[in-house]
Ligand binder design. Structure first.
Ligand SMILES: C[C@H](CCC(=O)NCCS(=O)(=O)O)[C@H]1CC[C@H]2[C@@H]3[C@H](O)C[C@@H]4C[C@H](O)CC[C@]4(C)[C@H]3C[C@H](O)[C@]12C
Length: 324
């Protein structure tokens, strides 16, 4: 399972937890403006926006999990098994495979308005990257600094939803996840009044009672509710350090501890990495499961007019500050 969130305390941030039982050897990957994207059915684009994000690089191709472009537009793919359907090619449409979707959108669009125009002509097609890397069922969140949408490739066509909460998890469909929030109207950051039986002397014996009913489990519906509650009520200082620290705390409310979620064959799904991109400044921060230190890579510190991918291996080694 995975969770993606947006957060805009003073600057704008986009990021996700990647929850999985295996790693695909992902790296922080920068694609400069003149890297030639060879779209299988749409030809080459060697003049596009630069982008930074997490990707598996195979045969010099960046298979992005999530990324942000130099205009601050961001996009993340999350598992959507049993629902995602990729279709055959159609003449006259932009035939794009799901592994090309992030480069296609982030390479050309700066705003959600432009994204919506692109989505109107797109066909997400059933075309594998390779036999060894077949398509996985995904849905996507796409966000600029003001707003976000969710894109779900369903059997009856591509569904595009405005996303008023800026959060995405996994199954079931986004429509359900959003409606499900209605069940949590009562959840509050404040101590609740006694509406149970006002004549009974019920004691507000500890802080946090207003949060009772917030689901604590790891299912995608529960993570959707928890992540939305956390981002909407989050408070931080107006500094980069505080906002980035707070962003990782928000992701921690839905992180997966290794051992708690069996994925079969003796493996467990856990939060392999968490990311937080400052989309205004193109700074990609991340933490891995075993390394609590935040590592940062800056898009604008690289030669963006180049044609070569730039990759940074993840820092997995735990950093402990020993005092004596
Ligand atoms: C599984 C990942 C999403 C994490 C997630 O949502 N897990 C939920 C598990 S559950 O069902 O809800 O239990 C997704 C996100 C991005 C995906 C990767 C990217 O799309 C890039 C390539 C695309 C290739 O087609 C397949 C390999 C791959 C390298 C993908 C593997 C996998 O599907 C990834 C890593």
């Amino acid at each position: 399972m995975c969770t993606a969130i947006t957060y805009a305390p003073h600057a704008h941030y986009f990021g996700r937890n990647l929850d999985l039982n295996v790693s695909y050897h992902e790296q922080v990957t920068i694609t400069p403006r003149h890297y030639p994207f060879n779209f299988r059915r749409m030809g080459e684009n060697a003049n596009h926006y630069a982008m930074i994000g997490m990707a598996t690089v195979v045969e010099d191709y960046p298979l992005y999990y999530e990324a942000t472009n130099e205009k601050g537009l961001s996009m993340a793919g999350l598992n959507f098994p049993g629902n995602a359907v990729f279709k055959p090619e159609v003449d006259g449409r932009d035939n794009i495979s799901s592994f090309e979707f992030i480069p296609w959108i982030l390479g050309q669009c700066a705003t959600i308005e432009e994204v919506k125009e692109r989505l109107a002509t797109i066909q997400l097609i059933n075309l594998n990257f390779s036999d060894a890397l077949p398509l996985h069922p995904l849905h996507w969140i796409i966000a600029d600094s003001d707003t976000s949408v969710v894109v779900e490739p369903m059997a009856d066509g591509l569904r595009v939803y405005d996303n008023p909460v800026g959060v995405l998890t996994n199954n079931p469909s986004f429509e359900y996840q959003l409606f499900n929030l209605n069940d949590y109207r009562h959840v509050s950051t404040k101590l609740p009044a006694n509406t149970f039986a006002p004549t009974l002397n019920l004691d507000a014996y500890c802080l946090g009672l207003g949060g009772q009913g917030l689901p604590g489990d790891l299912s995608s519906t529960s993570r959707f509710v928890r992540a939305t509650f956390a981002t909407f009520n989050s408070v931080c200082e107006p500094t980069e350090a505080s906002a980035v620290g707070q962003f990782f705390k928000l992701l921690d409310t839905v992180m997966q501890t290794r051992g708690l979620n069996e994925a079969g064959d003796g493996t467990y799904e856990y939060t392999i990495y968490s990311s937080c991109c400052n989309v205004d400044d193109g700074i990609y921060y991340y933490r891995t499961y075993g390394n609590n230190q935040i590592t940062a890579v800056s898009l604008f510190h690289e030669p963006l007019d180049s044609d070569r991918l730039i990759t940074y291996r993840l820092q997995y080694q735990q950093q402990i500050h020993y005092e004596n």
